[in-house]
Design a protein around this ligand. Structure first.
Ligand code: MTE
Ligand code: MO
Length: 470
């Protein structure tokens, strides 16, 4: 086949009829399948790929799993795609995830395609700002490839006939704002709730959360430029659409209430930097909306479009997912239209050091425990209580890092530590932690009575059993 001629994709594209010959490509091969189609009634399904690659269709129908098909195709080979075109085709066609970025090996995948991963919890308490490479990744779809030069953000106000478009350059030229905000997935710590009874969802540990600085343009400034009238009551929601799409072309989407977007103190920004560098591809390059205090799912990455609307986003993730239910609601009785979409998250904490099952050195009758605590809606953590004797004695943790922002504008987590006494000669103890926020809301004691079929809002006391070494 090395001796066969090379063709450009453009040339292949001209061969779509029986008269001109029907050509298709597969990886670097070019095939004339005119004879195949003539001889195989029903085989003309493949005409959908005429003049182009058969790969996207084969991926959809799973044909690629049958080696016999390749042999047949190979017998119709007439040439090779020129190098440039071949590279391009094989990269995006055969595996929609093949152009996903490389990840740090410390990120342990809960699912590989789409990529979902968290780092070992012990790393989280090492730094107030979670390093970008260790920040959990929650993707529903392949990571889109966006050329920053051609990036466009569209803004559409319902009832107006013009959309306003911003380039990345235009956004970056506007006055910028930096905030520190923690982002958490609604499913963080789901793996503990699952122990009560199985739930549907990724098996997240306590590290589906991270804290970072985000720099970008205040969303309200962009909305004003686009002509949003704050007093117009017909608009109640701001919808966000990512450019990441599924095979049917449906984009990831979500929405927030308009007050959060327009409130100067809401601090919603269209971010282009994360911890001082351009947002990495996994986290939404080049633009991502940061909605501090609000569940991860509304912090739409790879933002392509904003709609100022009367209604919430009609996307699956706004309507039929990321909602809470009663423990007695099951998949036969659930009615997603009956629960509101999660926005502000409830108070949560977790013990990150030691980890469950670790052996811990006892010093002067005490062990050291470290963790994070955070609450949604801009509430600040006012106390973290830790016990190693089932709640007979509670010890108030010391805050190792907490920023000074006042509630309800306190977007960052608090890192804490505590030295707790343990019983002489005990071989193991169970450590519990619970946090209290500035509304004096605190965490529920157990998962039994907050269990829900999607395993979201999994914020009961965190409990880890550790072994002791004296
Ligand atoms: N935005 C887009 N476009 N696509 C997505 O799959 N996942 C959401 C949100 N924004 C998602 C998205 C969910 S559920 C979460 S928890 C956060 O992004 C995760 O952000 P991270 O991957 O930067 O940690
Ligand atoms: Mo999420």
């Amino acid at each position: 086949k090395e001796n066969l001629p090379f063709y450009a994709l453009e040339e292949v594209g001209k061969h779509t009829t029986v008269e001109s010959g029907i050509w298709v490509t597969y990886k670097e091969g070019v095939y004339d399948i005119t004879k195949f189609i003539e001889g195989h009634p029903g085989g003309d399904q493949i005409l959908i790929a005429a003049g182009s690659s058969v790969e996207p269709f084969w991926v959809l129908y799973g044909i690629h799993e049958n080696p016999h098909v390749f042999d047949i195709l190979e017998s119709y080979r007439i040439g090779n795609l020129n190098k440039e075109d071949a590279q391009h085709m094989t990269a995006d066609m055969s595996d929609p995830y093949s152009s996903d970025p490389k990840r740090h090996p410390a990120l342990k995948p809960a699912s590989a395609k789409p990529f979902n991963a968290e780092c070992p919890p012990s790393f989280l308490v090492e730094s107030f700002y979670t390093p970008n490479e260790l920040f959990y990744v929650r993707n529903h779809l392949p990571v889109p490839e966006i050329d920053p030069e051609n990036y466009e953000l569209e803004i559409y106000i319902e009832g107006k006939d013009k959309t306003r478009v911003f380039s990345l350059d235009e956004l970056k030229k506007m006055p910028k704002q930096t905030i520190t905000a923690t982002i958490m997935c609604a499913g963080c710590r789901r793996s503990e709730m699952t122990k009560v009874k199985p739930v549907k969802g990724l098996n997240w540990g306590p590290a589906a959360i991270g804290n970072a600085t985000w720099t970008g343009v205040p969303l309200r400034e962009i909305l004003k430029l686009a002509g949003v009238n704050e007093d117009d009551a017909k608009h109640q929601h701001i919808q966000f659409e990512g450019v990441d799409a599924d095979v049917t072309g449906k984009m990831y989407g979500a929405s927030i209430p308009i007050w959060k977007a327009l409130d100067k103190r809401g601090d919603v920004i269209l971010a282009y930097e994360m911890n001082g560098v351009p947002i990495p591809r996994d986290h939404g390059f080049p633009i991502r909306v940061i909605v501090p205090g609000v569940v991860g799912a509304r912090n739409v990455k790879w933002l392509g479009k904003i709609v100022v609307a009367k209604d919430e986003s009609d996307s699956h993730w706004q309507q039929n997912d990321y909602k809470g239910f009663s423990p007695s609601t099951d998949w036969d009785t659930v009615d997603f239209s009956k629960s509101p979409a999660i926005q502000e998250l409830p108070v949560i904490s977790a013990i990150c050091q030691p980890g469950g099952g670790d052996t811990v050195q006892v010093q002067n009758g005490r062990i050291t425990v470290k963790g994070y605590a955070w609450s949604g809606g801009g509430q600040k953590i006012v106390r973290v209580d830790v016990t190693a004797d089932g709640g007979k004695s509670w010890h108030v943790a010391k805050f190792d890092h907490q920023d000074s922002a006042l509630p309800p504008k306190h977007w960052a987590w608090t890192l804490w530590s505590a030295e707790i006494p343990v019983e002489n000669n005990a071989k193991s103890v169970e450590i519990w932690a619970k946090a209290v926020d500035s509304c004096y809301n605190t965490q529920p004691e157990s998962f039994e009575n907050i269990w829900n079929l999607r395993g979201v809002l999994s914020n009961a006391y965190h409990r880890v059993r550790v072994y002791l070494k004296s």
